[in-house]
Design a binder for this molecule. Sequence first.
Ligand SMILES: [Mg+2]
Length: 252
Amino acid sequence: MNDFKKAELIKKYRNADSRMVLLDYDGTLVDFTPMPVAAKLTDHLFDILIRLLDTPQTEIFIITGRGHQETDKIFANLPINIIAEHGAIIRERGRWENQINNNCSWKETVIPILNQITAECPESFIEEKDFSLAWHYRNAESQSGFAHSRKLINNLEAIIHSYDLKILDGNKVVEVMTNEVGKGKAVMKLFEQKNYDFILSIGDDATDEEMFEFFSHITKAYTIKVGNGDTFAKYKFTSINDVVFLLKQLSL
Ligand SMILES: [Mg+2]
């Protein structure tokens, strides 16, 4: 995103009567760490978010694939709205609400497939969330991790249709969930609930593409991808620092 567009974004944000800001967490606000639980907000960013939350007519959402108990801990001291588990469960004004039904019987079929690949690929691990299963390979040797992730996706593709599941091929993580869930569906719902005249959505990963795609034809929406690669986002940032700097400017 060039300086001219950035200045335009800031001006539109200031002039808007109602705003929605959607921020992914890992790889967007915090760096990846070997164990996901170690990824914490810096004090600097915490202060910026506090200021943004104080802005009238502004709804700020963290939109993440992380489990809701985990995000509840991370944001215990910040009264921010959270869309967790790729939209399956949402915290608004401090209350969590499931967005989909709780039938996760498909997990019984998927867990043995994940166990097998975990046994074959040292340092990989499984994370179980309420509405999804994730297999992380960021700590595995990189070639072996990648090769096993392709094998896993192949094995999963054989069963997903019978359970109406989808596979998210993320940054060193392969995640399985039902087709009912997704950041695209989550933001569509929010978008339809209220008339916002400024929207900003920032993310870095394959799961964020659903929200970028949803906003791609909505002119009042600014979508920004952090990092390289093909994207539905209208703009790109190089790093997390660019995100923090933009949020700081919006908070002033
Ligand atoms: Mg991310």
